[in-house]
Write a protein that binds this ligand. Structure first.
Ligand SMILES: NC(=O)c1ccc[n+]([C@@H]2O[C@H](COP(=O)([O-])OP(=O)(O)OC[C@H]3O[C@@H](n4cnc5c(N)ncnc54)[C@H](O)[C@@H]3O)[C@@H](O)[C@H]2O)c1
Length: 339
């Protein structure tokens, strides 16, 4: 039985809790939150995982308000870190140094220099570090990558990704709306697409971005073009500056030589393949979502299963580095070279 502790019991910490709780070979032994109220707040979360809305049960867990004490006293093989972004680097490094495997939420850290310190600590400790880039595990995105890699519909001509959300006003201490602690929507939200672009197409040669300063004081709405040494056009738009009624939508349109792939989280069916000739195809999409699949991957990895690599700490650090280049591009109003 793999023993896990969870740090930060907000929206994502509870999501992690529900994912681990659904696994037969995992026992959540401890939970930690700096806010005493959160340790009493056992209400579930609404998300795509069925069952996540159920009440949580902390009665047989060790409860901690401080990570250092939790690492010293709790029986754990692994720690899931779902605290606000500004704490990711220090908490991950502390947990790795105390001999725990770590799953840390995205974005990996506020800057790439902290990210590379996390990478170095993971290597030195010999423990596993996975960053919560759930989109690499999200069924429709996994399927899109498989279709692209297989070249069954030819090469990619153009791809655009969108991730738009109402402004997040609900986080602990209003952290999301403090760019110094969240990095703004460009680092917090849009990085999902930046990371997926890296996953599918590799690190771009250059980025060219425009951005708008928003309520976080940082860039909260952006459009970026990822430039590669071929003709394909790759863009991503992400932002929080949406009216509350909008809610949330992630989507993509991928134009291949012989078909177009269309995805929207706000439509049913979510994924469509429109071939150049013939009728639209509605492919079967695996049940479940990226959160449960990424956590399954982490558990399998530390349980010693041999798995195909989906994400490395270095790639996660590179995604933060690409976002830094995107922000620099907005500031300088010019392309920024990455290679
Ligand atoms: N993968 C995704 O799709 C996704 C979605 C949402 C959020 N996130 C990321 O997850 C992280 C948390 O986001 P959230 O939406 O759960 O925020 P949240 O505000 O709902 O939760 C954060 C929790 O951390 C606790 N906390 C604060 N300081 C702490 C400390 N020192 N030690 C332990 N706990 C502490 C807070 O009390 C709160 O309960 C952020 O980095 C965010 O970017 C990822």
């Amino acid at each position: 039985m793999l023993k896990v502790g969870i740090v930060g019991l907000g929206f994502m910490g509870k999501m992690h809790y529900c994912c681990y709780n659904a696994m037969d070979n995992v026992q959540i032994t401890a939970v930690c939150d700096a806010d005493a109220e959160q340790l009493k707040n056992t209400s579930g979360v609404s998300g795509n995982i069925s069952g996540a809305e159920k009440e949580l049960d902390f009665s047989d867990k060790q409860l901690f308000s401080d990570l250092t004490r939790m690492l010293a006293e709790a029986d754990m093989d692994a720690v899931s870190i779902a605290s606000p972004t500004f704490l990711h680097a220090s908490q991950t490094i502390e947990a790795l140094n105390s001999g725990k495997n770590v799953l840390c939420e995205k974005p990996m850290a506020l800057n790439s220099s902290d990210c590379f310190q996390m990478v170095e600590t993971a290597e030195r400790s010999g423990k596993c570090l996975q960053i919560g880039h759930c989109i690499r595990f999200w069924p429709e995105y996994v399927q899109a990558k498989q279709i692209i890699d297989s070249e069954q519909y030819g090469k990619v001509l153009a791809a655009s990704f969108q991730r738009l959300s109402l402004t997040p006003t609900w986080s602990w201490d209003n952290c999301f709306l403090d760019g110094n602690r969240s990095g703004g929507a460009m680092l917090d939200l849009h990085i999902h697409d930046t990371d997926f672009v890296q996953h599918v197409f590799g690190i771009p040669d250059e980025v060219f971005s425009r951005g708008v300063i928003g309520p976080s004081g940082d860039y909260d709405h952006t459009v970026t073009q990822y430039l590669y040494n071929d003709q394909k056009v790759v863009t991503a738009e992400g932002g929080w500056i949406m009216a509350p009624e909008f809610g949330f939508e992630m989507s993509f349109k991928i134009m291949l030589e012989d078909a177009t792939l269309l995805y929207s989280s706000a439509q049913q069916p979510t994924l469509k393949i429109c071939p150049k000739e013939g009728e639209m195809i509605i492919p079967e999409v695996e049940d479940g979502d990226g959160y449960s699949f990424e956590i399954q991957h982490f558990v399998d990895l530390i349980s010693g299963k041999s798995l195909q690599s989906v994400i490395t700490p270095e790639q996660s650090a590179e995604s933060v580095k690409i976002i830094e280049a995107e922000k620099e591009s907005v500031r300088q109003r010019t392309k920024i070279q990455l290679k």
